[in-house]
Write a new protein. Structure first.
Length: 294
């Protein structure tokens, strides 16, 4: 068989995008090149991957099986490319780090101060966002790595490395009626407004428990509004326990909340991007740091 990686990429992209024309736009190629690549792949394999009798191409049974295998091959090639780049790379001159604004602030202040001392010539850019913002920036190479709370699936081109876990705290203002109920039921919570995290692109990152809710893209702004009595919220425990909030918040029991209250945190990067000495050091230090704060 003489199939190529370009053919596999065209095939996988066509399946994910839903059509050959959409795959061509995604890959920045003419549609005829994508169609030819897939046709040549089918010829090399000896069977059809798509049923083309419908308005849009639909995978055959053999195509569904090959789609799984093709994804695995491309992922392995990306890892191989990453390893090769890592071996050949020298120390980075600049890095862009995209991070969730709700990560433990003090821990990361110390982390970046250590980077400044250890790598004095490094040009570092730090940008903030929520999970989808960070994933998009890393995927589009606007950021070299991302630090985020893992709340939903990431694109296939990205690799997530978990480094720690945080529990969520149920918080309310000391003056709110719920503050008198130490172990609120779902019925108790449903009587009042919930402030729910979402990203800047409009996607909800957490499911609302109360039928009354607001969407807000910052855990810290959520907490500030909780203090004002606007509603109750679930936020990472290190946000709830921050010293500038402790006198204004009441933490309630989460006994009756059915969903998982553990949030995974970690680092995300492109599978095909290598690691230089600075990134390798950052990975190792974040593992230590998260183990201490989680």
């Amino acid at each position: 068989m003489n199939w190529t990686l370009d053919q596999l990429e065209a095939f996988v992209t066509a399946v994910k995008q839903g059509s050959f024309s959409a795959a061509a736009r995604k890959l920045g190629k003419a549609q005829s090149r994508v169609s030819t690549a897939i046709a040549n792949l089918e010829a090399d394999l000896g069977f059809e991957l798509f049923d083309r009798t419908a308005r849009l191409p639909v995978l055959t049974q053999q195509g569904e099986d090959m789609f799984i295998e093709a994804q695995a091959v491309l992922a392995q090639c990306q890892r191989l490319q990453s390893r090769a780049l890592t071996v050949s790379s020298g120390e980075e001159l600049s890095l862009t780090v995209a991070m969730d604004e709700a990560v433990p602030i003090v821990a990361f202040e110390c982390f970046f101060a250590e980077i400044a001392q250890r790598f004095p010539l490094l040009k570092l850019t730090i940008i903030n966002g929520s999970q989808d913002d960070i994933a998009q920036w890393v995927d589009e190479k606007k950021a070299d790595l991302g630090i985020l709370f893992y709340l939903k699936e990431l694109p296939d081109s990205l690799e997530f490395v978990p480094t720690g876990q945080f529990r969520q705290s149920l918080i309310i203002s000391a003056n709110h009626p719920l503050s008198k109920i130490a172990v609120p039921t779902l019925a108790d919570l449903n009587q009042y407004r919930q402030l729910v995290i979402r990203d800047r692109m409009g996607d909800t990152l957490a499911k609302a428990i109360s039928s009354q809710y607001w969407h807000i893209d910052s855990y810290y702004y959520i907490t500030a509004l909780v203090i004002r009595g606007v509603g109750w919220a679930l936020v990472p425990e290190h946000v709830a326990s921050a010293e500038w909030y402790t006198n204004d918040l009441v933490e309630l029991s989460t006994k009756h909340i059915p969903d998982s209250l553990v949030v995974e945190m970690g680092v995300v990067k492109r599978r095909d991007k290598g690691n230089g000495p600075v990134m390798n050091w950052m990975y190792s230090q974040m593992e230590i740091m998260f183990s201490e704060v989680s």
